[in-house]
Design a protein around this ligand. Structure first.
Ligand code: UD1
Ligand code: CA
Length: 469
């Protein structure tokens, strides 16, 4: 072994028949990431030479998923048809040419495998073995390959469940589907395996027996049953998802995040949370979401691809593609759609829907409103029942509301419209066109009364009572 870095092969071309899905198995997601992206993530913290992903005809979807997760320097090789894991490795090796260093081969459907484990496998080969196989002792070996050992305890071969004798089926040590090989020996022996087995496929596992019979050392590296868990069917997908979820909650608890009930908290792998944030039960944090210190999210909330600022709160609400400023608050029962930005201390209350809308510092829409394609300044109060009529049946138009404006209850803002600073609209008005600074818009269609905006009594009332009620 001269080269210090392994060459990596990820097997991801299987159809996943047992999932009964038109989508390749490894594209199914757990904790927000496709299965094989979890494997790529573990591999990425291990320095390596070339990395090849063996894919099926759905190469483009696989590439898009990997690139979407930031993996841009992978090589793809198509295995069509998928004739088994042995054939997949053969296709990869033909693409790679000579591999004289360690070849690290990992099934793409084992998302819990850790970087340290993969590194340990490589080290076993560095230290002299020809191959290292990842194994685990499991309660229910089901259809996994069994590790057959000789009387002296050394690995003899791996037998697939479907080809095993009843005695072999009793073996509870299974092959986890990750291997390090001496690249040269692997290249030589991979072409010697056949498909004389129950599935009529080329089994990668058959190289183990070939190596052993030629006197090469093959060692097993054991991990916990949990880490070995792979996905073959929907039940596995749910179980692996639950294991990952528990691990993710555990990690954030250790980092100083309060998670009141981890068993009802669903946090995707790519979410980040600052210490001293609080996550209340029945909450889903998905995609590229970040939660800042002191924020409180939940109960019963779903946050997708959003930023929740320091001290912000989200209660019984759905927030997607949005940025919530410090101390802002959302809910109960609000829907923030992509492109929503809340400034410091802004408030979105009950039955309010927003989309592509920025809401400035200390502005409020506390009840029953639709705000779409709007730019709302600071200190604006949006009354109950307000609607930005942003679509005229053909095009979308913008609504601009300047600082300290007061939108009375049940105002229809027919876009494009621009409400000036400190301007006001009366309850039930239908506003078309612009309302100048300090003006009041009244009626249907609204008449403009210059200079009367402040006469809504907003300033006086704000000083004496809460505007929440
Ligand atoms: C495989 C192992 C089994 C082990 C189990 C661990 C073999 C023959 N068996 O079985 O010993 O216990 O993994 O999870 O290797 N793939 C391809 N091309 C193919 C077939 C599969 O790239 O032609 C990929 C799949 O996408 C998958 C991986 O290889 O990511 C494993 O394939 P799968 O069919 O799930 O193998 P198992 O039956 O689970
Ligand atoms: Ca599998």
């Amino acid at each position: 072994m001269t080269s210090p870095k392994p060459t990596v092969v990820v097997l991801a071309a299987g159809k996943g028949k047992r999932l009964r899905s038109p989508i390749p198995k490894v594209l199914h997601r757990v904790a927000g990431r496709p299965l094989f992206v979890h494997v790529l993530t573990a591999l990425s913290s291990l320095s390596h030479e070339r990395a090849v992903v063996v894919v099926s005809k759905e190469e483009d979807a696989m590439r898009a998923a990997a690139e979407g997760a930031g993996f841009t320097d992978l090589e793809y090789v198509v295995q069509d048809p998928p004739n088994g894991t042995g054939d997949a490795v053969k296709v990869a090796l033909e693409h790679l040419g000579v591999v004289d260093d360690v070849a690290l081969v990992v099934n793409g459907d084992t998302p819990l495998v850790r970087a340290e484990t993969l590194k340990a496998l490589v080290d076993v080969v560095r230290e002299g073995a020809t191959a290292a196989v990842l194994t685990a002792t499991v309660a229910d070996p089901a259809d996994l390959g069994r590790v057959v050992r000789r009387p002296d305890g050394s690995v003899e071969r791996i037998v697939e469940a479907r080809d095993a004798t009843p005695a072999e089926l009793e073996i509870v040590e299974v092959n986890c589907g990750a291997y390090a090989f001496d690249g040269a020996v692997l290249s030589e022996l991979i072409s010697k395996i056949d498909r004389e087995n129950a599935q009529g496929e080329y089994y990668l596992t058959d190289v183990v027996q070939l190596m052993v019979s030629e006197g090469h050392g093959v060692e097993a590296h054991m991990v916990t049953a949990e880490e070995s868990a792979g996905v073959n069917d929907r039940k596995d997908l749910a179980e692996v998802g639950a294991l990952l979820r528990a691990q993710i909650c555990e990690k954030w608890l250790q980092e100083g995040v309060t998670i009141v009930d981890p068993s009802t908290t669903y946090i995707d792998a790519d979410v980040t949370i600052e210490p001293d944030a609080t996550i209340l039960p029945f909450t889903f944090l998905e995609g590229a979401t970040t939660i800042a210190a002191g924020a409180e999210v939940g109960p019963n909330s779903r946050i997708v691809d959003s930023e929740v600022g320091p001290g912000a709160t989200v209660t019984y609400s759905v927030v997607r593609g949005s940025t919530l400023g410090p101390e802002s608050s959302v809910g109960p029962y609000a829907s923030l759609r992509p492109g929503t930005t809340l400034g410091r201390g802004a408030r979105i209350g009950t039955f309010v829907e927003t989309k592509a809308t920025s809401i400035g510092d200390d502005s409020k829409a506390n009840h029953l409103a639709y705000l779409g394609d709007a730019e709302i300044g600071r200190g604006v109060n949006v009354g109950a029942g307000t609607i930005t009529c942003n679509w005229d049946g053909r095009d979308k138009h913008k609504t601009i509301i300047d600082d300290d404006a007061y939108i009375g209850s049940d105002t229809m803002l027919v876009a494009p419209t621009h409400i000036g600073k400190r301007a006001a609209t009366a309850a039930g008005s239908v506003v078309r066109g612009d309302v100048p600074d300090d003006a009041l818009a009244v009626g249907v269609p609204a008449r403009i009364i210059e200079g009367k905006g402040n006469k809504m009594g907003r300033v006086e009332r704000a000083e004496t009572e809460s505007e929440d009620d």
